[in-house]
Write a protein that binds this ligand. Structure first.
Ligand SMILES: [Zn+2]
Ligand SMILES: [Zn+2]
Length: 373
C-alpha cells in the first residue's frame, strides 16, 4: 500500500496501533528490569545503578532507562495502571506520568482524572501534588548553611548558602525591605536590587554588632585598624596604589579614605618593605570634633535626605589631599550617603550647593584609568 493513498484516519489508527505495541513491549521490558533490580545485576556488572546498566548494555537513552527502572517496581504495586497498559488503553509514557503522579501523593481519582491532560499537564499536576515528607524536611534542615569567604586576593568576600524554605523567605524579606529603605535616598537610583540587598545585609550586620557592643551607640563601623602604606609606591602613583590593613583584606584608596573619616587608624609607613613611620593609633576625627559636627548638622546634610541612620562624619576635603579635622572640613552624612554614595560610588559633593543641602554629583574622575596593557 502506498503511504500517499492513506487517509489521515488510517494513519492515526496505524500510529496508535504501533504505540500500543510499544507499550506492550516496554511493559515486558519493565518486568525484566524489575528482575534486574531484584537480582542486583547492575552491581554484578560493575555498574552503579540499574539505569546505568540498562542504558549502557542495551544502548538506550538514559531517559528511557530511567523510565523503565522507575516503573519496574511500581507497576506491580499499582495493578490498575499495569492493567491499562497491558490492555493498550494507555501508552507507556502515559503510564510513567501516572505513576509519577502517584509517587507525588495523588489519590487514584486524581490520577484517573489526569487522563484529560496532556503529558506535560500531568507533569505539572505531579509537581503541584508533591508533598514534602518529614524526612525531606529534616534533610533540608540538616543541609542548611551559610558560608562567607574572602576571595583569593582578599579584595572581596563571596557569600553562598542554603536555607529551608521558610527561613529563606524570612531572610529574603528582611534583605529586600532593608534594601528598599535605601531606594528612597538620593543617589540610590543607580543601584540594582542586588546591590541594595548587599547594602541592606551590611547594615543589618552593623546593627547586630552595635547591639552587642558597650560603647554607648558610637558607630562600630569605623573599626580600629593599622594601615600599612607603601611610601615608595604611593610617591610614584599619587597615593592611589592601595594599602594593606593589618589582619584584614587588601583595600583600595576609597576604603582608606572612609577609614580616615569613621575609623580609628594607626598608619604605618613602609619603605623598602620596612616600617619607617608609625602614627599613634587614634580616632581619625577626634571625638570632640565628631560631637560638635554632629550637633551642628543635626542629621545627614545631603539635599533632601531625612535619614538619621548611622550618621557619620565625612572629610569634605579628602584627608589625603590636605584636608584636616577642622570642623569646617567635616560634614555629617547618613550611612548610605557616606559609605555607599560618596566612598563606594564615588559621588562628589557639589561645592556650590548650600551647607546642609549638599548636592551629590557623579564624579567625572571617578572612573578608573584604563589598564596600561
Ligand atoms: Zn567620608
Ligand atoms: Zn543621607
Amino acid at each position: 500500500m502506498l503511504w500517499s493513498t492513506w487517509s489521515p484516519d488510517e494513519m492515526n489508527a496505524e500510529f496508535r496501533a504501533h504505540e500500543a505495541q510499544i507499550a506492550e513491549l516496554r511493559n515486558r521490558q519493565a518486568v525484566i528490569v524489575n528482575e534486574f533490580e531484584k537480582a542486583n545485576v547492575a552491581a554484578g556488572a560493575g555498574c552503579r545503578s540499574t539505569v546505568e546498566y540498562v542504558s549502557g548494555r542495551f544502548d538506550v537513552s538514559r531517559a528511557v532507562a530511567s523510565d523503565l527502572t522507575f516503573v519496574a517496581g511500581r507497576l506491580a504495586q499499582h495493578r490498575w495502571i499495569q492493567g491499562s497498559l497491558e490492555a493498550g488503553e494507555v501508552g507507556f509514557d502515559r503510564a510513567v506520568a501516572m505513576l509519577r503522579l502517584v509517587d507525588a501523593g495523588a489519590d487514584r481519582r486524581t490520577v484517573e482524572a489526569s487522563c484529560r491532560l496532556d503529558l506535560a499537564g500531568v507533569g505539572r499536576l505531579a509537581a503541584s501534588q508533591r508533598r514534602v515528607s518529614r524526612s525531606d524536611e529534616r534533610s533540608v534542615f540538616v543541609d542548611r548553611f551559610v558560608s562567607i569567604q574572602p576571595t583569593l586576593d582578599e579584595s572581596s568576600w563571596r557569600l553562598t548558602g542554603q536555607l529551608p524554605a521558610t527561613d529563606g523567605q524570612v531572610v529574603e524579606r528582611a534583605l529586600s525591605s532593608r534594601g528598599d529603605e535605601m531606594r528612597l535616598l538620593p543617589g540610590s537610583e543607580s543601584c540594582t536590587r542586588g546591590q541594595r540587598q548587599a547594602d541592606g545585609l551590611v547594615a543589618m550586620a552593623m546593627d547586630s554588632l552595635d547591639r552587642n557592643s558597650t560603647d554607648g551607640g558610637e558607630s562600630r563601623s569605623g573599626s580600629s585598624v593599622s594601615v600599612f602604606v607603601d611610601l615608595d609606591a604611593a610617591a610614584g602613583s599619587g597615593g592611589e596604589s592601595g594599602a594593606a590593613l593589618e589582619y584584614g583584606p587588601r583595600v583600595g584608596p576609597a576604603v582608606l579614605d572612609e577609614v580616615l573619616c569613621t575609623g580609628s587608624v594607626q598608619i604605618v609607613g613602609l619603605s623598602g618593605g620596612r616600617p619607617v613611620v608609625t602614627s599613634a593609633a587614634s580616632r581619625a576625627i577626634p571625638a570632640a570634633i565628631r560631637r560638635f559636627v554632629a550637633h551642628r548638622d543635626g542629621g545627614c546634610v545631603a539635599d533632601g535626605c531625612t535619614s538619621r541612620y548611622r550618621l557619620q562624619p565625612h572629610h569634605v576635603r579628602r584627608y589625603a589631599d590636605g584636608g584636616d579635622h577642622d570642623p569646617d572640613d567635616v560634614e555629617t552624612y547618613c550611612w548610605f550617603h557616606h559609605h555607599v554614595a560618596i566612598h563606594q560610588l564615588g559621588f562628589r559633593i557639589d561645592p556650590d550647593s548650600p551647607p546642609k543641602r549638599r548636592r551629590l554629583i557623579r564624579s567625572a574622575t571617578n572612573t578608573d584609568p584604563p589598564h596600561p596593557h
